[in-house]
Design a binder for this molecule. Structure first.
Ligand SMILES: Cc1cc2nc3c(=O)[nH]c(=O)nc-3n(C[C@H](O)[C@H](O)[C@H](O)COP(=O)(O)O)c2cc1C
Ligand code: SF4
Length: 479
């Protein structure tokens, strides 16, 4: 039977567990930091010395930890790109913007166990020679910002932060910075601009890779809340033990936000790849199945920008069968919930937010809703994204309000195909196009049927005799 595996949220929902430092300390809090600070330099056989921080960086790389913010990039590799020779300060930013629709996992950590995040951040800062770090939290989470500020105050009072942390000679300060509520502030370079006090216009990469030219043009690490919490557990458990959780190349746990038409929407922490999408939706330990009398229609597997899956869709995946490489057909519901399987199936686990849609959903309206969000949130720097996201939203709004055309499906795809693929500064171009491309590709019949029905209805309205009274005319038109 599949079940939750709670590592990050181990204590979060326990009765009596509170976000204050005393409670955290009673549950082993800040022991990982003490362990990290106590790691002594190691002599290698070739005569080289590896410092304590370097050893932590190696452990994070060995653990296989992949970023939990969206792209699933190796955390250890990202840290290895940091320019350590520039002579400039290195900054670390915790990305707590959490604005991908459907996602509500980071806020569970922030609200219920803020010290775990702060401990993860302190260790990550120590490992990367960072002395000033920021916690960028989205504007709509005032309670979270309050809790984090209180937790930082408590950590400072116990000298887990500040000058000479626990007598180690290491100095660190962390500040909370509240965003003003824009989705694009979650994109790391937009976030950095916002933190610098400017409009959150994403920067072009290259040259502005944060690891080299980040905050104030200094080397900067940007990591998600959940990613940084994992660092604390890697130090406690060791990389090898951590890597036993989950599946190869998809190690550790993930907190999945499950929403939509399931009986038990909520957040569930699982070992990566040990639970399938179908189990997350249907198992009593997770979503508990669809509402009575309803059938599954579609699943968005990784936040609103991830490409949608249609119920019954099958994929060819590479698997080991009797020790040999083979291609097997897998139903969408049998896909293991991990980074690689969902990419192989043409979508992504993104921010690990699953949105379930049953057969009561009008697919055109659902896409109109998603597209309106992206049109509103485009920062407007790049013409294809600014104009394209708005054109798609306007066309879908028109369709959702009975003004569709049979050609709208092709029109939408034409716009969506011309936004991403190197034509925009940031990945928002992909994020706004993928829903349109995938919804139309997989439910084209519904888009065309709706457009045709609207055209026919309008034609009847035009043909209705003008002499008829208005009430009669609309009656004629619906016949
Ligand atoms: C449009 C857009 C929005 C994003 N929003 C978030 C977000 O809200 N939270 C987040 O952690 N990452 C977000 N990301 C990803 C970040 O740019 C960055 O890759 C991430 O914070 C890195 O952390 P990780 O390596 O720990 O995953 C977003 C990316 C894009 C393109
Ligand atoms: S792709 Fe869109 S959101 Fe990203 S920089 Fe260009 S206009 Fe802004």
């Amino acid at each position: 039977m599949p079940s939750e595996f709670r590592l990050i949220l181990k204590h979060a929902d326990q009765p009596g567990y509170t976000p204050d430092i005393d409670c955290y300390l009673r549950h082993g809090g800040y022991e990982a930091l003490k362990k990290a600070l106590a790691i002594q330099p190691k002599d290698l056989p070739d005569g080289k010395k590896v410092s304590g921080p370097e050893q932590i960086r190696d452990e994070v790389k060995l653990s296989g930890l992949r970023g939990r913010g969206g792209a699933g990039f190796s955390c250890g590799l990202k840290w290895s790109f940091v320019d350590r020779k520039s002579g400039k300060p290195i900054y670390l930013i915790c990305n707590a913007d959490e604005s991908e629709p459907g996602t509500f996992k980071d806020r569970q950590i922030i609200h219920k166990d803020p010290h775990q995040l702060i401990e993860g951040m302190i260790i990550s800062c120590y490992a990367n020679d960072v002395h000033l770090a920021y916690l960028y939290i989205r504007g709509e989470m005032p309670e979270g910002a309050k809790l984090l500020n209180q937790a930082l105050k408590e950590a400072r009072a116990k000298n887990f932060l500040g000058k000479n942390v626990l007598g180690s000679g290491y100095d660190l300060e962390i500040h909370v910075h509240r965003g003003a509520g824009a989705y694009i502030c979650g994109e790391e370079t937009g976030l950095i601009e916002s933190l610098e006090g400017k409009r959150p216009y994403p920067r072009i990469k290259p040259p502005y890779f944060p690891a080299v030219l980040g905050l104030y043009m200094c080397p900067t690490i940007v990591n998600n809340v959940e990613t940084l919490c994992n660092v604390r557990h890697i130090v406690t458990m060791g990389a090898a033990e951590f890597a036993k959780l989950g599946t190869p190349n998809n190690t550790g746990t993930r907190i999945v936000s499950l929403s939509g038409h399931v009986k038990r929407p909520g957040y569930f922490e699982i070992e990566v790849g040990k639970v399938t999408i179908g189990q997350l939706i249907n198992d009593p330990a997770f979503g508990g199945g669809l509402r009575e009398g309803r059938k599954l229609k579609a699943v968005i597997p990784g936040g609103s920008s991830a490409k949608v899956f249609k119920a019954g869709e099958k994929f060819k995946l590479k698997r080991k069968v009797d020790g040999k490489d083979a291609e097997v057909e897998v139903d969408m519901l049998d896909l293991p919930y991990d980074f690689d399987s969902l990419i192989a199936a043409g979508s992504m686990s993104g921010s690990s937010a699953i949105i379930v849609m049953d057969d009561s959903v009008d697919i055109v309206e659902a896409l109109a809703n998603i597209s309106e969000f992206y049109a509103h949130e485009s920062c407007g720097q790049c013409t294809p994204c600014r104009e394209g996201s708005l054109w798609m939203s306007k066309a879908l709004h028109r369709m959702a309000h009975g003004e569709g055309r049979a050609t709208d499906a092709d029109y939408l795809v034409k716009i969506a195909d011309n936004i991403p693929g190197g034509r925009t500064i940031c990945a928002f171009g992909e994020a706004c196009s993928w829903p349109v491309q995938s919804f139309v590709a997989k439910f084209k019949d519904e888009f065309v049927a709706k457009g045709k029905a609207d055209e026919e209805r309008r034609a009847k309205q035009v043909a209705a005799p003008k002499s008829a009274a208005p009430a009669e005319r609309s009656e004629l038109a619906t016949k």
